[in-house]
Design a protein around this ligand. Sequence first.
Ligand code: ATP
Ligand code: MG
Length: 295
Amino acid sequence: MEDQAEKLREIMRQKKDAEERNSSDVKEGKRARIITITSGKGGVGKTNVSVNMALAYARLGKKVVVMDADLGLANVNVMLNMIPKWNLYHVIRKQKTMKEIMVETEYGISIVAGASGFSKIANLNEDERKGFIDELNTLSNADIIIIDTSAGVSSSVLDFIAAADDAVIITTPEPTAITDAYGIIKIIATEIDSLNMGLKLVVNRVKTVAEAKKVADRMTNIAGQFLNLKVDYLGFIYDDAVVSHAVLRQRPFMVIDPRCKASLCVRHIVGRMEKSDIKESGGFSMMMKRFFGRE
Ligand SMILES: Nc1ncnc2c1ncn2[C@@H]1O[C@H](COP(=O)(O)OP(=O)(O)OP(=O)(O)O)[C@@H](O)[C@H]1O
Ligand SMILES: [Mg+2]
């Protein structure tokens, strides 16, 4: 069996190579920013955050693709009431390209569907994995690629985190969710060269701002103290009845009620992501370009 650590190092190397290859494209703002949404515990809101963050980005004029990286229990298409003909399974089997299975939604975002009922992408061999990362790069005409992962720390989830520019970890204030979120942060710290990626935390389903801050402070402090890892607190999302109502209606809550508490929180989170993009990835030259149209 392939050594997991070596496998992850290889993915990081591929990412770096792609960055160098695309450095001229980056200047044109062409390489997609890959944001992987993950959690330790299941059911904490990853798919809702993925889809609704995508919509918030689309509202800012970005071209966004949401990829459902779950082959066991795919959710993104269900949340959008879509039954795509092709999905990630066909890409892995090399029957379709990533671009071919990408479908546009009525909401101005595109999706790449996962599949239900197949045993994990974890069983990808090295060739398949390489092909997969390449396929992901063919989507580079998107500005943002959001990857919704399955819960937990399977090796495929770690692959998607390693391939990301930003890993967004979702937790709720529940002690079990916090413990599991810490678990995944710890694994990221030991298994992934996370230096050239942003690690971000979102606290979902909170009742008050103070509750969110308490959870975030605890997590970011522990990560800093024990793992020497910088985790940025990106923001929180209120526990909001509109969310489950939207899930039942199979429409994003940003569409059902763009001004509900949860929607406003997600917009705020995307606003912060945008700021961190200028600061961390773009640097000075990107800022000059944004303001003056040249470097
Ligand atoms: N902010 C919120 N307010 C109220 N309910 C929420 C909120 N976020 C999530 N939920 C509830 O939690 C459920 C699970 O959310 P979601 O499917 O996004 O989680 P997930 O992390 O993707 O789950 P899985 O690990 O199974 O993929 C939703 O159907 C909804 O009912
Ligand atoms: Mg999900």
